[in-house]
Design a protein around this ligand. Structure first.
Ligand code: HEM
Length: 310
């Protein structure tokens, strides 16, 4: 995302994060499902950027249902399917995975269709006249796009599903793992707190402009993404031509998975690879960035299909 785009939705992120912190603070002394809170926050930040909505208060149940449906989506995606190994069996859907996946995808499409319907109704009124968010731009391409730029309603649904699921699950899994590792390593947690005290102070709230100075926190996030990449095999890739890489022939249209999880734990590239050691990133910040140009660390992928969220 460009800096301009990021700045334009800064207020959404600020508001949702503060809402979450207030909510958690209000429940001191009683058990809290942190994973739900983090999911709802990342979900709300994402949908705010896309169409300006959010699901707080009573509507948060819908956000939780989205989370449950999404977990089912991931479960079905990774479940071993005999039809993948023996394509001749594909028409029989022996394990029922395909029918369950269709039902699951329909839930998402109904969800997005209701958002689109609501937008179409609002779009007729004065409310939407001066704002053009991502959904509005997609709808305009659907209505006015020429042969090259036109996009169908089915494609709009697919783009929304791609972005909402791509943004929410990855972000909340990373936060959950980072917190888990910090709890497992109190010395690292102490260093994070010391850095926050030194840069922010205990009377101020962290703002995004502080981030470039929070170098240890950045190293913690990188180390979390190294040991626990939320997309361990990236997305499946498929060459459009047969190619030879390092002496191996990769036939056109084959499914290629990059095992970034194994690469980022490979002792050939990393000292004590299974140790949570954010310090390893402190002196190599330039080399090990998120741009996918270092092939021992690329949690956001690399090249043309690199994550659009960085
Ligand atoms: C910790 C956060 C995130 C991680 C680790 C992550 C990781 C990834 C990875 C590994 C890929 C596949 C790249 C490849 O196969 O080469 C990907 C794709 C994608 N990501 Fe992210 N992502 C994150 C956050 C986000 C956010 C915030 C958004 C949306 C604003 C987003 C939207 C997408 C989309 C739409 C794709 C598909 C791109 C395509 O098909 O070309 N991701 N992400």
């Amino acid at each position: 995302m460009s800096n301009k785009g990021l700045n334009a939705c800064y207020e959404f992120r600020r508001r949702e994060i503060r809402y979450m912190v207030k909510n958690i603070h209000g429940k001191i002394g009683s058990p809290i499902n942190l994973s739900e809170q983090i999911f709802l926050t990342t979900f709300n930040v994402t949908v705010n950027m896309l169409w300006g909505g959010s699901l707080n208060g009573e509507e948060s149940n819908l956000g939780i249902e989205f989370k449950d449906q999404f977990e089912e989506f991931v479960r079905l995606m990774v479940e071993p399917n005999v039809s993948d190994m023996f394509p001749v069996l594909r028409p029989f859907d022996l394990q029922g995975i395909e029918s369950k996946a269709k039902k699951n995808i329909s839930w998402f499409y109904e969800f997005f269709e209701s958002v689109i319907e609501q937008r179409k109704k609002l779009g007729e009124g004065p409310k939407m006249a001066d704002s053009k968010d991502f959904l509005q731009q997609l709808l305009e391409l659907n209505q006015k796009g020429d042969v090259k730029t036109s996009i169908s309603m089915k494609e709009i649904n697919a783009v929304l599903l791609n972005i909402v699921t791509g943004a929410t699950d990855t972000a909340f899994t990373t936060i959950e793992w980072a917190m888990t590792e910090l709890l497992r390593h109190p010395d690292k947690l102490r260093r994070v707190i010391e850095e926050l005290d030194a840069i922010i102070g205990d009377q101020n709230i962290v703002e995004e402009f502080h981030l470039p100075r929070l170098l240890y926190l950045e190293a913690v996030v990188k180390e979390t993404l190294r040991i626990h990449p939320p997309a361990p095999l990236l997305m499946p890739h498929m060459p459009s031509e047969t190619i030879v890489v390092a002496g191996y022939t990769i036939p056109k249209n084959s499914n290629i998975f990059f095992n970034v999880w194994a690469i980022q734990r490979d002792a050939e590239f990393w000292e004590d690879p299974l140790q949570f050691e954010p310090e390893r990133f402190l002196n190599v910040i330039e080399k090990r960035n998120y741009k996918g140009n270092s092939f021992d660390f690329f949690p956001f992928g690399s090249g043309r299909r690199i994550c659009i969220g960085i």
